[in-house]
Design a protein around this ligand. Structure first.
Ligand code: NAP
Length: 270
């Protein structure tokens, strides 16, 4: 029977691993015996996370990479193969959110910046990872794209982010077909509102609005995304490809209203 043990020894690259969701994915992978190559621009944070992983008995290195730069993404993948000899898992996670405003108030530079980080980098990360996976004849490989609930459902004044994440969803499905017969699965996770640095410094009012939009009534925790990524990397998920998986407390399930119940919740009676 396959188990989570099946990820032991697999080599993974995680972009945007210096913060939030990427950091938790890197830590969860390492805690389960994977060799992890963390990428980001902030070397100090990267080095600290690598030290923490090693202090807990894990294996990891940090590679500085700006995901808007094709050459740096290529070097990141090369560094993983050079260090560990293969590549099994690529997590395209680095991403940014633009300020909320209507479409006509954005300029082309902002449009290009959001697309380059959220979408183009997913294309480049996948391209060079797949080339490395095929070249090194790595087995049971996975591309894991961190899209967003915004890749499935639009939010007013969020058009650049929504569009870039819808693009990631489309790329994931199409790519999955390309490699379905080549031992490389391609899936996306669509997180809902997750309590990372994106929300850490947001005004309480903004935090409240976001919290209320979630049927479960709370922010998700970054590690709750990492558990899905871990599952996608295991041998238990080998028949799963082209899947777009929401982890969002019910956010994309439908429109959420706070309706009082006609009958009391029995748990409230105690
Ligand atoms: N938090 C949420 O509620 C939420 C919801 C849905 C989807 N997501 C998606 O989840 C992913 C991670 O988000 P998060 O909340 O964990 O964000 P975060 O805490 O702000 O982390 C973003 C990461 O991306 C990296 N990054 C940003 N721009 C980069 C660039 N140009 N080149 C290289 N790395 C870059 C940052 O590293 P450096 O600063 O070191 O470069 C950082 O590690 C994103 O794709 C985001 O869209 C988040």
């Amino acid at each position: 029977m396959n188990t989570f043990e099946s990820v032991k020894g697999k080599v993974a690259v995680v972009t945007g691993a210096t913060s939030g969701i990427g950091r938790e994915i890197a830590k969860t992978f390492a805690a389960n015996g994977m060799k992890v190559v963390l990428a980001g621009r902030n070397e100090e944070r990267g080095a600290k996370i690598v030290n923490d992983i090693k202090a807990n008995g894990g294996e990891a290195i940090f590679v500085k990479a700006e995901v808007r730069n094709e050459e740096e993404i290529k070097k990141l993948i090369d560094a993983a193969v050079e260090k560990y000899g293969k590549l099994n898992v690529m997590v395209n996670n680095a991403g940014v959110t633009p300020p909320l405003k209507p479409l006509h108030e954005y300029d082309l530079a902002e449009f290009n910046r959001i697309n380059e980080i959220n979408y183009t980098a997913t294309f480049l990360g996948t391209k060079y990872a797949v080339e490395a996976m095929l070249k090194t004849e790595s087995r049971e490989c996975s591309i894991i794209n961190i899209a967003s609930a915004s890749g499935l459902k639009a939010t007013e004044c969020f058009c650049l982010y929504d569009a870039s994440k819808h693009a990631v969803v489309g790329l994931t499905k199409s790519c999955a077909l390309n490699y379905a017969k080549h031992d490389i699965t391609v899936n996306a996770i669509c997180p809902g509102v997750i309590d990372t640095e994106i929300f850490a410094n947001a005004p309480e009012e903004v935090r409240e609005i976001n919290k209320k939009s979630v049927p479960m009534g709370r922010f998700g925790r970054p590690e709750e995304i990492s558990y899905m990524a871990l599952f996608m990397a295991t041998d238990m998920a080998r028949f799963m490809t082209g899947s777009i998986v929401t982890v969002d407390g019910g956010f994309t399930g439908g429109d959420h209203n706070e309706m009082p119940w006609g009958t009391p919740d029995p748990r409230d009676l105690h």
